[in-house]
Each structure stands twice: as structure tokens, then as C-alpha cells.
Design a protein around this ligand. Structure first.
Ligand code: 6PG
Length: 466
């Protein structure tokens, strides 16, 4: 008996993904060096004709129908190369390897080129939605050889999340296109998480909202235009009781955020491309500042800050909703702009409408807004920036003033809201015909003869400054 689909790495994500494959009528075979994980999957699968597993790589590979379709759900980095090397001698030309982890995109390019020489098709394929998504339907972002994609397409379409019946997976482009898109997805995720946490801070410090009220506010927002996975889980978080003591769990969680690198990579690569993504940049920096807990405690004792003056709750909640909506748009605009530029730089030929479409369900940044974003890119395939979409002008114009109010109020009252502030500043700068960078050009020419261009004539100029 040959199985339709193979999966290496039976951790939570791998086990859930393979069970999802089997639920959708495909037979699947798992592989992990850890024998306990192997037997756990066999037990959970229930019927070895549908789901089977082994710790032996040879048995694993020879049990799969050809061309073999093998997904790797192992930690990004060296492990991926080790697994590839161990499978390689057992594979045949035409077989397909899919890396479902958050691999760095240049690693994917290297692996794809290396495996292509050996006749193996390699896909870097981001999978979003966490453990639950893997089990019930993730958003999948595959990139690689377009023809080879046809053989994995039926399985991916069956297991992926559905938005109004449409699968949240699509072939995105050659080489590392899939990993790159997943990386920027995570950058936007970092931005949206930072923005949500700032709004939480304002509501509790300025509005004096308790956890029950915060739960109510976020669940009400989740019924409206802010409807999104992150707003939904945020509302749930405020309700969670502490199982190790009294009160709500959120109040006991240490305020030091960890990170595995995808947000930082997004920022780093945006810098390399020369594309501004300030909301994502600051989201990474805030995780870094959060990690400096001991220094923060010391510094807190050295300086005083204003005690936030209370604001009318109803008024504050209304402004906060508008500011968050505005900032979410700004964060998506920045990430999508980066994708557009990366597509040109790396030859991905990305279709942003398709990307927005497969983000509408299953993934961490899924949100009602993505339906509007999809439509904006469908209406104009060459849209340079979401802020230029005619359908977004009203949405942005009607909420930006609240973003200004909230940022100004927070600054005056000593509540750090750099995500909101950067989202606003990005908008203000991007939509300004005149910026003061003429002065920077003058300074550059003054101290370094770096030359400048003029507004009234063509050419490159230099002045012997007095
Ligand atoms: C997803 C997530 C996931 C990521 C976590 C943790 O789309 O399901 O993006 O891939 O690993 O969000 O990321 P950090 O540890 O960097 O916060």
C-alpha cells in the first residue's frame, strides 16, 4: 500500500497537519526519529490504512506513491538541511519536498537550487494558523516550481482554511516566494500585535478599564469592521482566569516578549530593499525594549512621568477603535508595499490580490479588512500602495483624526504608543507632497559635496556653500 502524502516532524504542528490531510480523504504517512511521537500519531489516527507512521526513513520514503509529496514541519535552520540530506539518497527524480516552516527566504533559494540540480522539486511553503489552524485549516503560502505545484494542489486546497468556500492557499511564485510572503505576513502580525497592546495600555491606564470591560470592548469591536483573529483572541485573553492563583492570567504574565526572528527579518529586508515599514520596525524594537526588564525597572525609578489624566470612557473607546482600524490599514499597507517591491527585486511575480485573498481565513492576520484589501488589488493589479486605493481613502480619512488624538493624548500622558505613532507618521509622510528632506540634501552637499537635484531645473548640482 502506498500513501498519498508524507510528513516529517511529528510535533504538534506536524501531527495536526497530517490528521487534517487524512480527514480530507488522503492517506498520509508520518516520520519522526522520536518513537513516542510515531506511536502517538498511529494511535490518534485510528486506522493505519489512512494514517501511518514510522521512525525509519527508508520505510517512510518507500511507502509513498510517486511523485512523492513530502512535507517537512521541523524547526527552521540547520535541521531542515539535515532532514533534506537524510532523505535525498532515498528519493527519485520528480519527487517533491515541501518545507512548511518559517525558513529564511535565502535558505529556501539555496535549497531549491541545490535540489533542482538533483531533479527534486522543493517548495518553501509558509503555514499560518498555529496548531489549531494546522488541524482545522491553515492558510498556506507555497512557492516553487509551478508545474510541480499541480500535484500538491489538490491536497493543499483540501486541507487549507476556506473563506466563503474558497481555499486559503494558492501558488504564489517561484523560488522563495512562499517563504517571503509568510515572512511579511509575520511582520504584519508583529505590527498588529503591537498596535493591539498599545490600545490595551491606553484603555487600562487612561480609561481605567478593568479586564471585564476590556473583554467587552474587544468582543464588541470584533463584531464590527475590526473583526479579526487577533482582536478575537485578545477579547478572550481578558476573560481567562489564572489557574495558579487569584485573578486574571493576563495580569500575571511577565511583560517581556520573545521572538523567533520573522518580524526582525521583515524589517531587515525592508531596509535592504529601501521600503519603509515603520510599524513593523517599531514592533520589533518594542519586543527588544520589553526584554530589558531590569533596566526598565531601574530607569522607572529615576524619572517621573505624568499620571495619565482620565478621559471619558465612551469617548476614549470610540477614538481607540478608530485609531486601531486606521493603524491596521497602515500596517497592511506597509507590508503589502514591501511585497510589491520584493516581487520586482526577486522576480517573484506576486499577485497581491491573491495574497490578500488567501489571508482572509486560517492565518494569524486574518481580518475582515482583508476582504476590502483583496477587492482593492483586484480592481487595480498595479496598485503601488493601499493608501492610494480609491476605496481606502474614505476609510482612512474618517479615522485618521482619532489616531492623531490618541497619539497626542498618549504622548502628553506618558503612555508609549510607538506603533500607533509610527502608523500615523507613515501616513502623514507618505501623503505629504512636501517633506523637509530638501534640507537634508543641502546639508549633505554642504559638508560632503554630495550634490542635489532642483525643483525648477533638470540636472545634478553642487554649491560652494558660504
Ligand atoms: C503563524 C505564526 C507563526 C509564528 C508565531 C511566533 O502564522 O502561525 O506567525 O508562524 O511562529 O507567530 O512568532 P514569534 O515567536 O516570532 O512571535
Amino acid at each position: 500500500k502506498k500513501y498519498d502524502f508524507g510528513l516529517v516532524g511529528l510535533g504538534v504542528m506536524g501531527r495536526n497537519f497530517i490528521l487534517n490531510v487524512a480527514d480530507n480523504g488522503f492517506t498520509a504517512y508520518g516520520n519522526d526519529l522520536d518513537k513516542e511521537k510515531v506511536s502517538a500519531l498511529i494511535k490518534e489516527g485510528g486506522d493505519t490504512n489512512k494514517v501511518n507512521a514510522t521512525s525509519d526513513a527508508t520505510t517512510f520514503v518507500s511507502s509513498l506513491s510517486t511523485p512523492r509529496k513530502i512535507m517537512l514541519l521541523v524547526p527552521a535552520g540547520k535541521v531542515v538541511d539535515i532532514v533534506i540530506e537524510s532523505l535525498l539518497p532515498l528519493l527519485d527524480k520528480g519527487d517533491i519536498l515541501i518545507d512548511g516552516g518559517n525558513s529564511f527566504f535565502t535558505d529556501t533559494d539555496r535549497r531549491e537550487a541545490y535540489l533542482q540540480e538533483k531533479g527534486i522539486n522543493f517548495f518553501g511553503s509558509g503555514v499560518s494558523g498555529g496548531a489549531k489552524g494546522a488541524r482545522r485549516g491553515p492558510s498556506i503560502m507555497p512557492g516553487g516550481n509551478k508545474e510541480a505545484y499541480q500535484s500538491i494542489k489538490p491536497i493543499f486546497e483540501a486541507v487549507s482554511a476556506k473563506f466563503k468556500g474558497e481555499p486559503c492557499v494558492a501558488y504564489l511564485g517561484p523560488k522563495s516566494a512562499g517563504n517571503y510572503v509568510k515572512m511579511v505576513h509575520n511582520g504584519i502580525e508583529y505590527g498588529m500585535m503591537q498596535l493591539t497592546s498599545e490600545i490595551y495600555d491606553l484603555l487600562r491606564k487612561v480609561g481605567g478599564l478593568n479586564n471585564d470591560e476590556l473583554h467587552d470592548v474587544f468582543s464588541t469591536w470584533n463584531q464590527g469592521r475590526l473583526q479579526s483573529f487577533l482582536v478575537e483572541i485578545t477579547s478572550q485573553i481578558f476573560k481567562q482566569e489564572d489557574d495558579k492563583g487569584d485573578g486574571r492570567l493576563v495580569d500575571k504574565i511577565l511583560d517581556k516578549a520573545k521572538q523567533k526572528g520573522t518580524g526582525k527579518w521583515t524589517s531587515q529586508n525592508a531596509m535592504d530593499l529601501g521600503i519603509p515599514v515603520p510599524t513593523i520596525d517599531i514592533a520589533v524594537s518594542m519586543r527588544e525594549i520589553s526584554a530589558l526588564k531590569e533596566e526598565r525597572i531601574l530607569a522607572d525609578s529615576l524619572y517621573s512621568r505624568p499620571t495619565p489624566t482620565a478621559m471619558d470612557k465612551v469617548e476614549l473607546i470610540k477614538m481607540a477603535e478608530e485609531a486601531l482600524y486606521f493603524s491596521f490599514i497602515s500596517a497592511y499597507a506597509q507590508g503589502l508595499h514591501q511585497l510589491l517591491d520584493a516581487s520586482n527585486e526577486y522576480g517573484y511575480e506576486l499577485d497581491l490580490a491573491v495574497i490578500a485573498k488567501i489571508w482572509r481565513a486560517g492565518c494569524i492576520i486574518r481580518a475582515e479588512l482583508l476582504e476590502d484589501i483583496t477587492k482593492a488589488y483586484q480592481a487595480d493589479k498595479k496598485l503601488a500602495n493601499l493608501l492610494l486605493a480609491p476605496t481606502f481613502v474614505e476609510k482612512v480619512q474618517s479615522t485618521v483624526d482619532s489616531a492623531r488624538e490618541v497619539v497626542a493624548y498618549a504622548a502628553k500622558n506618558g503612555v508609549p504608543v510607538p506603533g500607533l505613532s509610527n502608523s500615523l507618521t507613515y501616513f502623514d509622510a507618505y501623503t505629504s507632497e512636501k517633506l523637509p528632506l530638501n534640507l537634508i540634501q543641502a546639508q549633505r552637499d554642504h559638508f560632503g559635496s554630495h550634490t542635489y537635484e532642483r525643483t525648477d531645473m533638470e540636472g545634478i548640482f553642487h554649491t560652494e556653500w558660504e
